[in-house]
Unconditional design. Sequence first.
Length: 121
Amino acid sequence: MLETKLCLYNTCILPIFLYGAETWSVTVILSKKIDALDHWYLRRILNVHWSEFFTNDEIRSRMGQPLLSDTVRSRRLSFFGHLHRTDQATHHKPITVPYRLEFCVLLMIGDGGLVVPDNPG
């Protein structure tokens, strides 16, 4: 039963939680919160009550799971390596502002010496 719960945790919960983790800006406080959430889930899987004294290291060694903050860190590093190897001229489109949004911004700013484009895109 424990293996089934751990398998469900690894296949259903972690991918949802780690979606887009490559782009997070992780601080020390956020890293501690990520690990606290992971420890809470693992304690629930093991059915360990909060008043029972088990250290997080004992829980982690029983389950054989790495720290979730380490997983986020490794995903960020692999994503950085991917970005570093890409040729930015061929793989990234420049961000353009739609004409209507630009026109609305110009209307909010006022005349102020700015030129409104002539042809709407």
